[in-house]
Design a protein around this ligand. Structure first.
Ligand code: DX5
Ligand code: ZN
Length: 232
């Protein structure tokens, strides 16, 4: 089967380090260490949708101006219908909002695409995935959280894998090219389970920025995932 990096369904693997685990006071140097990544994952938290606060559009704009790779913005905020388009406008390659927080997810996805970003939707561990089956064409990527959103450095929740597998099976059945992303507790030892269950896009915070050599950590994650994507 041909290798189609474009949509990742045939072996393409993307590794997106999360700057939540980076040194915020040295962001430019930290970004330079992940030039081997596919995207930089940017966690926006509002202390409302999740019990933690990170940064908003001004900081993301500076990351956008400084990063060697495109931005994958993960909005853990209330009222994404109001705030998400601004992140697409500042140039983020993808903008992912939470299904639990959105009022009109399909309309919002269309606005994000119209601005030129990939549209993403995320679900928390307790949210059913079946509600997304009829929306697969409206999104470019779907994020199945593998921890409760809010903090880096938590343990991977294997109980989220059956849900990811059902989503992956449904996407294949419908011939969808949507990217399937996982986020939370992804390491060289947990990434195999997620790849086996159908993920093609992997967020890793502590496993990359906590490593002595982030570039080598990215390579290690990429090859561990690729070995387990053969079935997909
Ligand atoms: C958690 C964030 C994650 C987090 C992942 O709410 O969405 O992106 O940074 O960090 P690790 O890889 O350390 O679990
Ligand atoms: Zn995230």
């Amino acid at each position: 089967m041909p290798h189609r990096d474009e949509n990742g369904r045939d072996g393409g693997v993307r590794i997106n380090p999360s700057i939540l685990a980076a040194d915020f006071a040295n962001m430019q140097a930290e970004l330079a260490r992940i030039a081997a990544a596919d995207f930089v994952h940017v966690d926006v938290m509002d202390n409302h949708f999740v019990p933690n606060l990170t940064f908003g559009p001004q900081m993301v704009e500076r990351v956008q101006a400084t990063s060697p790779v495109p931005l994958d913005v993960h909005l853990m905020i209330a009222d994404p219908d109001r705030w998400a388009p601004g992140y697409a406008e500042l140039g983020a390659a993808s903008v992912t909002f939470h299904l639990e927080a959105a009022t009109e997810p399909v309309a919002l996805a269309r606005r994000l695409r119209a601005i030129g970003a990939r549209a993403g939707v995320a679900i928390k561990p307790a949210t059913a995935v079946e509600g997304l089956f009829d929306l697969l064409d409206d999104f470019d990527q779907i994020l199945v959280m593998t921890v409760e959103p809010g903090f880096g450095g938590q343990s991977f929740m294997p109980e989220t894998m059956p849900k990811l597998r059902r989503l992956s099976d449904e996407a294949r059945r419908r011939g969808s090219s949507v990217w399937l992303q996982v986020d939370g507790g992804i390491t060289e030892s947990t990434i195999a389970q997620a790849a086996d269950a159908g993920a093609d896009t992997f967020v890793a915070g502590s496993a990359v920025f906590g490593a002595e050599d982030p570039g080598a950590a990215i390579t290690g994650l990429r090859s561990a995932a690729a070995q387990h994507r053969h079935a997909h």
